[in-house]
Design a binder for this molecule. Structure first.
Ligand SMILES: *[C@@H]1O[C@H](CO)[C@@H](O)[C@H](O)[C@H]1NC(C)=O
Ligand SMILES: *[C@@H]1O[C@H](CO)[C@@H](O)[C@H](O)[C@H]1NC(C)=O
Ligand SMILES: *[C@@H]1O[C@H](CO)[C@@H](O)[C@H](O)[C@H]1NC(C)=O
Ligand SMILES: *[C@@H]1O[C@H](CO)[C@@H](O)[C@H](O)[C@H]1NC(C)=O
Ligand SMILES: *[C@@H]1O[C@H](CO)[C@@H](O)[C@H](O)[C@H]1NC(C)=O
Ligand SMILES: *[C@@H]1O[C@H](CO)[C@@H](O)[C@H](O)[C@H]1NC(C)=O
Length: 224
């Protein structure tokens, strides 16, 4: 179900994107090195190894994530799969987020309420799947293995800060702009008046917003 749903979606996105690094929780392995490849679903061809036993302790109510990102912006998802050897990631912890800027992107507390109903208890193992896709890029993947425990702490505030210029906006806004066709934003009207080339750009951005809608729908499907 996962792959048949995602294939048409991913084929809508064309190819250019920069790879990203997961600094926290510690990623499963360096996905910049062959035979790993961040293009490969679900975990960049980095396999879980029992011997590595390198799970980061994560609070029962959700924890911190820190990414090194290298592109102007990317649709960013964080999915959770519960178990010792996760093969599907059924819970979206972060969806509909347009991460902007280049540098460190840190969320101090991710998860929260959405974890309460998942049967997570002391010692539950799980894997976080990180996905980034630029508007003109197909998806990149990384994974990090975790153990939920009451002993874990959030990253301290001095360890978790966004680089200046790194932020994010909910994708819902992009979709709402797309739906609201009769009321172009001031920027759009200005662009239309000044150049016909801009009109073509607008159509492209409208199509992009459609893709975003599909992505949000897909994420909602996963959340089921
Ligand atoms: C991970 O496991 C798969 C399936 O066993 C294998 O095809 C792949 O080469 C492995 N990846 C690495 C990086 O060892
Ligand atoms: C476990 O994670 C730590 C912190 O990133 C890293 O230094 C170490 O190399 C990892 N060990 C293995 C076996 O991957
Ligand atoms: C979680 O994984 C570790 C190894 O990574 C293992 O030792 C432990 O038994 C697992 N916990 C559960 C509840 O299966
Ligand atoms: C991101 O920042 C690095 C280091 O400052 C810089 O070399 C790189 O060109 C930047 N990339 C983008 C897409 O802005
Ligand atoms: C980083 O930016 C995101 C998106 O704007 C924000 O939600 C988050 O709180 C920021 N992180 C920190 C540590 O302030
Ligand atoms: C994400 O934000 C950037 C910067 O504001 C913007 O250029 C881009 O179109 C946005 N992407 C989506 C899908 O909303």
């Amino acid at each position: 179900m996962l792959s048949t749903t995602s294939l048409p979606l991913l084929s809508l996105l064309t190819l250019t994107s920069a790879h990203f690094r997961v600094d926290y929780p510690y990623w499963r392995g360096d996905s910049f090195e062959e035979p790993a490849s961040q293009w490969i679903w679900p975990c960049a061809n980095v396999n879980q190894t029992e011997s590595a036993n390198n799970r980061t302790a994560w609070p029962l109510t959700g924890g911190s994530i820190s990414l090194e990102v290298h592109h102007p912006w990317a649709l960013t998802y964080v999915n959770l799969g519960i178990g010792n050897e996760v093969t599907s990631f059924e819970t979206s912890l972060l969806t509909g987020f347009n991460q902007t800027g280049n540098g460190t992107f840190c969320l101090r507390e991710l998860g929260g309420m959405s974890l309460a109903d998942l049967g997570i208890e002391e010692g539950t193992n799980a894997t976080l799947q990180f996905i980034q896709a630029s508007g003109s890029g197909s998806a990149l993947y990384n994974c990090a293995d975790i153990t939920f425990t009451a002993d874990a702490e959030l990253l301290s505030t001095d360890m978790c800060a966004n680089t200046t210029g790194v932020a994010g906006v909910p994708l819902m806004n992009a979709d709402a702009t797309h739906m609201d066709h009769d009321e172009p934003t001031p920027t759009e009207s200005a662009a239309e008046e000044t150049s016909t080339g801009a009109a073509a750009d607008l159509r492209v951005s409208g199509a992009g917003a459609g893709v975003v809608g599909a992505v949000v729908g897909f994420a909602a499907l996963l959340a089921l």
